[in-house]
Design a protein around this ligand. Structure first.
Ligand SMILES: [Fe+2]
Ligand SMILES: [Fe+2]
Length: 276
C-alpha cells in the first residue's frame, strides 16, 4: 500500500498546487491513501468548509490540522459534521471535533490517522505522548488497524524525534508538520516506523513560512506590526512524503520526500515509479 502525506497547505498558492496536482499524483503513483494538513489553507489561518471540500474533492482522504485549526470561527461548528477533518487530539476535553479516526484506503485497508500537537515552544496542551499511547493501545497495528499514521504538529525537532522513537514499531509513520520547512531526515526507524521531522509546506517558498516576506521581515527589524500577515502568492511547491507500507506487518518499507513545482522542486522519487 502506498500513502502520500502533504504538509501544511498555505493560502491560495498552496491550495492551487494541491487541487491541480493531487488528482494526477493519485493516478500516477497508484496512491491508496492521502492525508493533507490543511491548517493554513484559508489565507494562512485555519480552514473554511468550502476549502475543506476543495481538498477532499482533489483527493485528500483525511485533512489534518494543528494550532491554527480554529482560526476561522466557522470551523468550531462545521468540524463536527466532517469525519475526515481532524484537529490535534490533545486539545482540552470538550473541544469540538476529533483528533483521530479510522478510515478506509482504496485497497479496503483500515487506516488509523492520529493528529497530535507538541508542547515545546507551543501552547501547553495535554501530554502528546500519553495521547498517542492511548490511541495505540485502543487501536493497535494489525489488530485494530492495517496502518497507523501520526501527524505530529510540533515546533521542536527534539520532541518530534522523541515521538518517532516512542511510536517506532507501533505506527506505520510519524510525520512532522507545523514548521513548514521540509527536513532531510526521512528514514525508516529501526523497528519499522517511517519518520520525517517535517514534511514541509504546500506553499510559495519565496516567502517567510509561506507568508509574504515583507511584513514578517519588518517585524523582526522594528518589532512594530504594520499589517496583517498575508500568504505569498507565487507558484507553490507541493511538499510531502510518500510511504510504502508492508501490507503484512503494517510497518513502513520506505519513505521518500516529494517536492513538486515552485522553488524547491526536485526529481520524483525513484521508488515511486516502480510498477507505475
Ligand atoms: Fe502550519
Ligand atoms: Fe502549525
Amino acid at each position: 500500500m502506498r500513502i502520500l502525506f502533504l504538509g501544511d497547505v498555505v493560502g491560495r498558492a498552496g491550495r492551487n498546487a494541491v487541487v491541480e496536482q493531487l488528482p494526477r499524483l493519485r493516478e500516477r503513483y497508484h496512491l491508496d491513501f492521502v492525508v493533507v494538513n490543511g491548517e493554513n489553507a484559508a489565507g494562512g489561518f485555519g480552514i473554511t468548509e468550502q476549502i475543506l471540500i476543495e481538498l477532499l474533492d482533489a483527493g485528500a482522504d483525511v485533512v489534518t490540522t494543528g494550532n491554527h485549526v480554529f482560526d476561522q470561527r466557522e470551523t468550531l461548528i462545521f468540524i463536527e459534521r466532517y469525519e475526515r477533518l481532524l484537529r490535534p487530539i490533545n486539545f482540552p476535553p470538550g473541544t469540538p471535533g476529533k483528533g483521530a479516526g479510522l478510515f478506509k484506503a482504496r485497497t479496503g485497508a483500515e487506516i488509523l490517522v492520529v493528529n497530535v500537537q507538541g508542547r515545546v515552544f507551543m501552547a501547553d496542551l495535554d501530554d502528546p505522548f500519553r495521547a498517542v499511547e492511548r490511541e495505540l493501545e485502543a487501536c493497535a497495528l494489525k489488530t485494530g488497524a492495517d496502518a497507523i499514521l501520526i501527524d505530529f504538529h510540533a515546533e521542536a525537532t527534539s520532541e518530534k524525534e522523541a515521538m518517532g522513537h516512542f511510536a517506532d514499531g507501533r505506527a506505520t509513520a510519524v510525520i512532522g508538520t507545523h514548521t513548514h520547512v521540509p527536513t532531510a531526515d526521512e528514514q525508516v526507524l529501526p523497528k519499522g516506523t517511517a519518520y520525517i521531522s517535517d514534511a514541509g509546506m504546500c506553499g510559495d517558498f519565496d516567502s517567510i513560512l509561506g507568508m509574504d516576506k515583507e511584513e514578517p521581515l519588518q517585524r523582526f527589524l522594528t518589532r512594530i506590526p504594520n499589517a496583517r500577515f498575508a500568504p505569498s502568492l507565487g507558484e507553490a511547491t507541493l511538499c510531502g512524503v510518500a510511504v510504502d507500507v508492508d501490507d503484512q506487518t503494517g510497518l513502513a518499507r520506505a519513505i521518500a520526500p516529494l517536492r513538486l513545482g515552485g522553488r524547491l522542486s526536485q526529481a520524483e522519487p525513484a521508488f515511486w515509479l516502480e510498477g507505475a
